[in-house]
Design a protein around this ligand. Structure first.
Ligand SMILES: N[C@@H](CCC(=O)N[C@@H](CS)C(=O)NCC(=O)O)C(=O)O
Length: 204
């Protein structure tokens, strides 16, 4: 096994966040695919890694980590990624942006939640996704407008909020949620798309 192993599913937005951060840190890692559609996340082997039955799981520095936000903070602390502003007020605002997606929008759009709530079939599942993703992004746009006039979400380099936003936008594309009117978000998306770390982390 490589020194750094990510238990991953390409389309998982929580895994996508970790891939971006690993690339930003320039860390070589291998991925082990946990196929969520086949139910691999509930296999004994994966439950051994993460009793929550979720990806991502990251093996790094001799420890096993779960929870993408905790992993991002670990990489930030140990690899000096500068994902959060140093000013406490700016830091709180930056975390609030990131959490508005990672803690509020993403969990209700999770595969198991969506399937349980809708039966997992169209049109119910698409309606579910639209019901939560679009307002979540519109709120993010307002938070961005009111909190700063920076290049990326929280500064002139990509940070925690950008890393949470971009996978959520990928998800919005998948479900055909239109957010082209959300100009700040579209600007951040364009900027991130130019960066190799974001390009290399893409699901495809
Ligand atoms: N809070 C967790 C959420 C992880 C999560 O929801 N992962 C999804 C993929 S994005 C998953 O494994 N879903 C499997 C399932 O719902 O059965 C994190 O940020 O790591």
């Amino acid at each position: 096994m490589a020194a750094v192993t990510l238990y991953d599913y390409p389309k998982s937005s929580a895994s996508y966040r970790v891939r971006i951060a690993l690339h930003l840190a320039g860390i070589d890692f291998e991925t082990v695919n946990v196929n969520l559609l086949d139910g691999d996340q509930k296999s004994d082997a994966h439950l051994e890694r993460n009793p929550q039955g979720l990806v991502p799981v990251l093996d790094i520095d001799g420890i096993r980590l779960t929870q993408s936000l905790a992993i991002l903070e670990y990489l930030n602390d140990t690899r000096g990624l500068g994902l959060l502003p140093s000013d406490p007020k700016e830091k709180a605002i930056s975390r609030a942006l990131a959490y508005s997606i990672a803690v509020d929008v993403h969990p209700i759009c999770n595969l198991s939640v969506m399937r349980h709530a809708t039966g997992g079939q169209d049109p119910a599942r698409t309606e579910w996704m639209h019901h939560f993703i679009r307002p979540g992004l519109a709120a993010f746009e307002k938070l961005l407008e009111s909190s700063n006039n920076k290049t990326f979400c929280s500064g002139d380099t990509p940070g925690l909020a950008d890393i949470c936003l971009i996978p959520q936008l990928y998800n919005a594309h998948r479900w055909k949620v239109d957010y082209s009117d959300l100009k700040r978000i579209c600007t951040v998306e364009r900027l991130c798309e130019e960066l190799p770390a974001f390009q290399n982390a893409k699901p495809e």
